[in-house]
Ligand binder design. Structure first.
Ligand SMILES: Cc1ncc(COP(=O)(O)O)c(C=O)c1O
Length: 410
């Protein structure tokens, strides 16, 4: 019989745009015993998690809870619950995850209209608002932080125009939540999807979302109560004119009943992931949102100073750079994958490549959550410098870490 070794993952410094290192407090929280899903002690933890999510999303929305599944499940839950077959949906695309919104919206039966801009740039808000007035979609879906290109789309001003034409605004803030401000209410966003494995430093497997009463009204029109949950003689009483939500697992009308005081059973909440998310949120709020955003900025600046000192060129329009992801043009003649592999094998440091048109052209370094520290930035710069020298790239040896020291005031 084959014997399998004890699990012993190698220690890593994860400097990708996710997943990043989980906070040790989060890992400890995941090891606590299971509670039953209707145990009042557990439902209280669910309520507390909702309260902390409202603060994270900067919202007074009633609904703020995690969908069990990776961030893509949060995106699918929002889109499948808000898009009825035939609805017109507008998606401005500036990287891979904009294409993902299109893909999911089409599977929901949407008639999708897209705007595209070159990868490495974003849209002027006016381009988007003009398209909203022109196409008058039922829903606008857009990515806030596009990890494939390291760009961040300004969102303020889009929500107001969506309201003019009665469209819902849905934002993928998977990569920005917890690392840079996401102002749900101020920016008039109707539904936001966050990610755990990036700036929250919680493992992948849960997707916090929030949505307002405008979104809820559409969801409730489509609501169906599962036959097996109806009490004897109770009618489902649903609106025959609205198309039912096409997914059962990702049906927000059922999920919100489960997260409400009614606790109408849906799936079995993922106990350990809920512990993890709750602890991750506690860590974020203890640090303070503003302090956390400032920390991400400070390490981004030190990293960029070090990369510039090495003579490397950052990719993309600097005016819309994500503060938590830094993209670097791979220098001519350097094998990008060989550099990444050496960083991992020799130093235990992981950085990322990219997708589609940028595959093999850029490296991406994340400075997110628990991974976003002075130690990690300095080690990454030192290791990258040594690795590039070994690959024959000429650079002023020692300059990168010194530049980062200067940025840190060491
Ligand atoms: C901007 C963005 N949206 C969505 C996703 C999908 O998230 P997940 O892989 O957790 O499903 C990612 C993952 O990298 C992302 O960066």
């Amino acid at each position: 019989m084959k014997r399998y070794k004890d699990l012993s993952p190698s220690p890593r410094i994860i400097m990708t745009p996710g997943p990043v290192e989980a906070d040790p407090r989060v890992l400890r929280a995941m090891s606590f015993p299971i509670l039953g899903q209707f145990d009042p002690e557990f439902t209280e933890l669910m309520n507390e998690t909702m309260g902390m999510l409202r603060q994270l999303f900067a919202t007074s929305n009633e609904w703020a809870f995690p969908v069990d599944g990776t961030s893509r499940s949060g995106i699918e839950a929002v889109l499948v619950s808000l898009i009825e077959p035939g609805d017109k949906v507008l998606v401005p695309i500036f990287g891979r995850f904009g294409h993902l919104l299109v893909e999911i919206a089409r599977r929901c039966g949407a008639n999708v209209v897209t705007l595209e801009t070159e990868w490495g740039t974003v849209f002027d808000v006016e381009e988007i608002t003009a398209a909203i007035r022109l196409y008058r979609p039922k829903l606008v879906g857009i990515v806030h932080g596009e990890t494939s290109t390291g760009r961040m789309q300004p969102l303020d001003g889009i929500g107001a125009v969506c309201r003019e034409v009665d469209a819902l605004l849905v934002v993928d803030a998977v990569a920005t939540i917890g690392g840079t401000p996401v102002e749900t209410d101020k920016w008039m966003i109707d539904a936001v999807i966050g990610g755990t494995q990036k700036c929250l430093s919680v493992p992948s497997g849960s997707s916090p979302i929030t949505y307002n009463t405008r979104a809820e009204a559409k969801i409730l029109r489509r609501k169906r109560i599962e036959q097996g949950l109806l009490a004897a003689g109770q009618e489902s009483g649903h609106d025959e004119l609205s198309a039912p939500i096409q997914s059962n697992y990702l049906d927000l009308s059922q999920l919100q009943d489960y997260w409400s005081s009614a606790r109408l059973n849906h799936h079995t909440e993922s106990t350990s992931m809920l512990y993890a998310l709750r602890e991750g949120l506690r860590v974020v709020l203890e640090e303070g949102l503003e302090e956390r955003y400032a920390r991400h900025r400070a390490h981004e600046l030190a990293l960029a100073a070090g990369l510039n000192a090495m003579g490397l060129k950052l990719f993309g329009d600097p005016s819309c750079k994500m503060p938590v992801v830094t993209c670097i043009n791979i220098p001519e003649g350097i094998d990008g994958e060989s550099v990444r592999s050496m960083l991992l094998q020799q130093f235990g440091i992981e950085i990322a490549s990219s997708f589609g048109p940028l595959k093999g052209k850029i490296w991406r370094i994340g400075t997110m959550g628990y991974s976003c520290s002075k130690r990690n930035v300095l080690l990454t710069l030192g290791a990258l410098e040594a690795t590039l020298l070994k690959h024959g790239y000429s650079l002023p040896a020692g300059a990168a870490v010194q530049a980062a020291f200067d940025a840190y005031g060491v």
